[in-house]
Write a protein that binds this ligand. Structure first.
Ligand SMILES: [Zn+2]
Ligand SMILES: [Zn+2]
Length: 158
């Protein structure tokens, strides 16, 4: 039997980590106003984990009951949005996965609230981090406290 695909991820600070066994095939973005607010973003990228084996491997999110039907999970230490939890299943923030490129979205929801400039984002002028002259000195001295994109035995390291 072929091994099931596996995925891992977590919040920015590493206090919360998760693991998924089973193919994730439903990746979406939601433009609704509640998702905009919950993610502090123009839209929310979410991957349904319904039908897979999902578990928290370090810590667990705090939840905000954003409506009578839905809870939003986030890291209480660093604020990373992590889940959308509805009666019919849980979806996990796509950017929180260690390899979000494996989870391209295939559908959009809530387009009645889509912000008018979203479709034009891809045509904005675009710079790599090192091409941004104003960021030069900043980049030379930056020291990341972000958890790496893989599981760790201990975090933060000593
Ligand atoms: Zn965190
Ligand atoms: Zn939404």
């Amino acid at each position: 039997m072929q091994a099931l695909p596996e995925y891992s991820g977590g919040c920015q600070c590493g206090a919360i980590r998760f693991h998924v066994v089973g193919a994730l095939t439903h990746s979406s973005i939601c433009h609704c106003r509640m998702c905009q607010k919950a993610f502090g973003a123009y839209y929310a990228p979410l991957v349904s984990v319904r039908g897979s084996e999902f578990r928290w491997t370090r810590g667990e999110p705090r939840r905000f009951q954003s409506s009578n039907m839905v809870k939003r999970g986030f890291c209480a230490d660093c604020g990373t949005p992590l889940t959308y939890e509805a009666p019919d299943g849980v979806a996990v923030a796509a950017g929180a996965f260690d390899e979000p490129a494996r989870l391209p979205p295939t559908i959009q929801y809530g387009i009645e609230a889509k912000l008018p400039f979203v479709d034009a984002l891809g045509s904005l002028s675009a710079l790599r981090s090192e091409e941004d002259a104003e960021a030069g000195d900043f980049l030379l001295h930056i020291l990341s406290h972000q958890h790496p994109d893989h599981d760790t035995a201990e975090w933060p390291p000593d």
